[in-house]
Design a protein around this ligand. Structure first.
Ligand code: HXC
Ligand code: NAP
Length: 291
């Protein structure tokens, strides 16, 4: 069931949704589902050719309207231009989905200052630039709207070897909650999704290069013993940006099959104990009563 569409067909009818990083990976998967639910879509990232090709394919697959707008989210002027193009083509913007990101694995001491900043600039500054431009517009127009930010579970816990990304995603989570409190009065909802592993080319090439994908198979870290299906993320995102989620504001929803908690509980590793050993272990723990 989890790979099936969930919402009713008109759930996003007449909404214009802007997805940053919307030409590839998870952004594209969420965008495709928004189109199926009746939304107009704007996809934006740095690579014009990728956007144009994706827009064509997405329109052909759904019959919906997709506007590709090249925009580097690190640059506020480009973000402002992307908003103007959205308004020019669709007359309105209802949802901002901050999904664009940059990331790669590295021991932190190997990073240059510029390497650290480039991740912070894409993820934190890029999301802030988009929230600012769209928020100013919505407040001026007195329009209710919604922001959805894609973070990750290490936004709560931190993570070794992806420190700039962890810092940036932690910042985006703080922005999500802060704006929920501050802009709620304007009817602007602000929420986040923290996905666990959902294989994409962009993430896997940078996070699990070469044979790391086999050696460090994410499935083994997840209690449900599988990675995420793109449609189940799309289902959650579509619900959160729809009016059905109209009272959800300031929330972060984890969708990771229990992965981060599996890493957190001190005794979760006891999963490795074979069934036949539990009789002996029980005897030993029971006998400790008298000591
Ligand atoms: C060390 C590196 C490096 C590496 C780049 N740099 N790659 N340093 N190890 N592997 C350094 C460069 O030398 C440079 O520093 C600085 O970082 C900027 O690099 P550029 O290539 O000039 O930057 P740019 O062209 O802007 O590309 C940004 C990028 C790239 C992040 C490096 O990978 C990119 O475009 N990524 C976009 C897509 C992406 O990352 N998708 C994955 C998201 S996955 P110097 O000092 O030399 O100038 C994700 C998942 C989270 O977030 C959770 C999963 C479970
Ligand atoms: P992806 O396909 O590499 O997506 C990243 C997108 O961001 C690309 O379309 C890229 O396009 C765009 N982008 C990068 N820098 C940009 C910039 N400066 N300005 C505008 N756009 C930019 O990887 P993904 O796996 O789908 O990731 C999507 C989101 O999910 C990210 O926020 C990621 O952190 C999050 N996430 C993914 C996973 C996972 O398992 N896949 C897990 C947790 C969280 P251009 O190169 O054309 O700019």
């Amino acid at each position: 069931m989890y790979n099936q569409p969930m919402l009713r067909e008109d759930a996003l009818k007449d909404k214009t949704i802007v997805v940053t990083g919307g030409g590839t990976g998870l952004g594209r998967a969420m965008g495709l589902y928004f189109l199926q639910l009746g939304a107009n879509l704007v996809i934006t990232s740095r690579k014009a050719e990728v956007l144009e090709q994706s827009a064509k394919e997405m329109e052909a697959a759904t019959g919906g309207k997709v506007l590709p707008v090249p925009c580097d989210v690190r640059n506020y002027e480009e973000v402002d231009h992307m908003l103007s193009e959205t308004l020019k083509n669709f007359g309105r913007a209802d949802v901002l989905l901050n999904n664009a990101a940059g990331n790669f694995i590295s021991p932190t001491e190997r990073l240059s200052a510029n390497a650290f900043s480039s991740i912070i600039d894409i993820v934190l500054k890029g999301s802030a630039n988009c929230a600012l431009a769209f928020g100013k517009h919505w407040i001026k127009e007195k329009q209710a709207a919604s922001i959805l930010n894609i973070v990750t579970t290490y936004a709560f816990t931190g993570s070794a070897y992806v420190v700039p990304s962890a810092c940036a995603k932690g910042g985006v989570l703080a922005m999500t909650r802060s704006l929920a409190a501050e802009w709620g009065k304007y009817g602007i909802r602000s929420n986040a999704i923290a996905p666990g592993p959902f294989p994409t080319k962009g993430a896997w090439e940078r996070l699990l290069p070469g044979d790391l994908a086999e050696k460090f198979d994410f499935k083994n870290r997840v209690p449900l013993k599988r990675v995420g299906d793109h449609q189940e993320l799309a289902n959650l995102a579509a619900f959160l940006v729809s009016d059905f989620a109209g009272y959800i504001n300031g929330e972060v929803i984890t969708i990771d099959g229990g992965e981060w908690l599996q890493g957190a509980g001190q005794f979760n590793g006891l999963e490795a104990v074979p069934d036949e050993m539990w009789d002996m272990l029980e005897q030993m723990t029971r006998s400790a009563k008298g000591s």
